[in-house]
Design a protein around this ligand. Structure first.
Ligand code: NDP
Length: 480
């Protein structure tokens, strides 16, 4: 049988200029770290060093918080419509520089260019546009209440959606009149540093946004800083818990967006080919480095065999390789550490009795890669049914009745998202009512919109990002 082959279609890197060394972005300018220490950031697809990045310590954190504090009063006093103009300007410059930002995101993080170009960066611009619109309408967002900014927001973000998580954090904070100190993840600082250039380009008043790079200790110093009024964190449940312990009793506001182990539930009346696409998108999008990934497939017993056959056939068509190639579906794993974690957990799954399926797939020699993987015959007690793997690995279980599907779907410590595939609207509503998940997608998965709130409960965290709800974590709301 004739087989389609794809010619190489690499996106050009000419559009990106990466400096050899990056200082910290504090008070509107570039400031060398007090320690003089820099660490290397790499391209996970090639292991090539891209730049040297500042390692911020407690003194640097203090400088950044002081700059944000100094900027807070004048920023709050600015007419809300003026604040909106700055945020609109950021959105427009993100659009203008979208190709550069997409290429940089893929180079530093390993995600396929078609995702950074078509999903991440457009959503970044959309978030800034959306929250710019709220800046002068807070009295309509919270009628009968006076909305006051909190002050300085310390924001810590992960490596899976570096620029998008920055937008989720910075856009609502600025719209509500707060100033920001943001720490990107150690492995993916480059788009946050490009964003610092955008902040300069739009002439945002100095100190309103500060970007400090570093490691976990830098984040911990930001959490501990006494003059930070609010902490917003996205990352692992483990670090989230540690942050909650540190913040307890300090009066600081806190929002946590943590891990997940979402169930993608396929009923026997679902449009199966469409559901296969949704399951593939649910777990293999961004190499499965997605907190709301549909990492557990719950498929109704009567169609399980047929569905898995279709799924396996589809996996054979996924293209793994160069993230900058426009045909690539699965890019590089973000770091060696993450690759080790995925390998370890998949090994445990197999030891526990799961049957592993991986399509034939050539893996590049350099860089960090993991083929799309399905673990079948998984049961509730298996670690791969309970723990977040955060990689391209799908754990498959079956169910017979809707009640059993709900029971199994809710049987994890997490509660971030879920997917339901069925042709019956009434069943979708029945399921959505019973699933412990902040977001339930119906006949689709991994859809995001700045107007829609996102967040979890149980060990997936608390507080909402997106929508009108996303303004609240940055405000004190008092009765008029
Ligand atoms: P972390 O939770 O460690 O990292 C998230 C962010 O927090 C990073 O900016 C990190 O900095 C920072 N950080 C680390 N330690 C502290 C601390 N003590 N105080 C304050 N900030 C801190 O996630 P990992 O990168 O270690 O990933 C581990 C696992 O977490 C993954 O395998 C995945 O399961 C899960 N994860 C979940 C995410 C989600 O969106 N739900 C996102 C990322 C990871 P630095 O990068 O410099 O260490």
């Amino acid at each position: 049988m004739a087989k389609w082959t794809y010619s190489e279609a690499p996106e050009s890197t000419d559009v990106v200029s990466i400096k050899d060394t990056y200082d910290l972005f504090i008070g509107g300018g570039w400031v060398a770290p007090e320690s003089g220490d820099y660490f290397k950031t790499i391209n996970p697809a090639t292991e090539e060093v891209l730049a040297a990045i500042s390692m911020a310590d407690e003194q640097d954190v203090d400088k950044a918080v002081s700059a944000a504090r100094e900027a807070a009063r004048p920023w709050q006093r600015l007419a809300p419509s003026q604040r909106a103009k700055y945020i609109f300007r950021i959105a427009r410059v993100v659009q203008e520089r979208s190709r550069e930002l997409a290429v940089l995101e893929s180079m530093n993080g390993g995600k396929p260019i078609k995702e950074s170009r078509d999903v991440d960066v457009p959503l970044v611009a959309a978030h800034f546009f959306y929250y710019a619109g709220w800046a002068d309408k807070l009295e309509y967002a919270f009628p009968g209440r006076r909305a006051k900014p909190l002050g300085v927001a310390g924001q810590i973000i992960p490596w899976n959606f570096p620029l998008l998580m920055l937008a989720w954090k910075i856009a609502p904070a600025l719209a509500t009149g707060n100033t920001v100190v943001l720490k990107p993840a150690e492995t993916t600082p480059l788009t946050a540093l490009a964003f610092a250039e955008i902040v300069q380009q739009v002439e945002l008043p100095p100190g309103v946004v500060n970007i400090i790079t570093g490691a976990g200790a830098t984040g911990a110093a930001l959490v501990k800083h006494p003059r930070v009024h609010k902490i917003a964190f996205t990352g692992s449940t483990e670090v989230g818990k540690e942050i909650q312990r540190t913040v307890a009793g300090t009066g600081k506001h806190l929002s946590l967006e943590l891990g997940g182990k979402a169930a993608n539930i396929v009923f026997d009346d679902a449009a199966l080919d469409q559901a296969v696409e949704g399951v593939v998108n649910g777990i293999f999008f961004n190499q499965g480095h997605v907190c709301c990934a549909g990492s557990r497939l719950l498929v109704q017993e009567g169609i399980a065999e047929r569905f898995l056959d279709k799924l396996k056939r589809r996996l054979g068509t996924l293209r793994l390789g160069d993230p900058l190639d426009k045909n690539t579906d699965i890019g590089a794993i973000n770091s060696r550490d993450q690759l080790e974690k995925i390998k370890r957990l998949v090994g445990i799954g197999v030891e526990e009795g799961a049957e592993i399926y991986q399509p034939p797939c050539e893996v590049p020699e350099r860089g960090f890669w993991f083929p799309p993987t399905v673990l079948m015959g998984v049961s509730q007690s298996h670690r791969v049914a309970q723990e977040e793997i955060f990689g391209p690995v799908l754990s498959v279980m079956t169910f017979r009745t809707p009640d059993e599907a709900v029971e199994k779907a809710n049987n994890t410590p997490f509660g971030l998202s879920a997917g339901v595939w069925t042709e019956k609207g009434s069943r979708i509503l029945w399921m959505a009512d019973r699933l412990d998940a902040g977001v339930v997608w119906a006949n689709t998965f991994n859809r995001f919109d700045p107007g829609s709130p996102f967040g979890g409960f149980k060990e997936s965290g608390f507080g909402r990002e997106g929508g009108r709800h996303g303004l609240e974590p940055y405000l004190d709301l008092e009765p008029l």
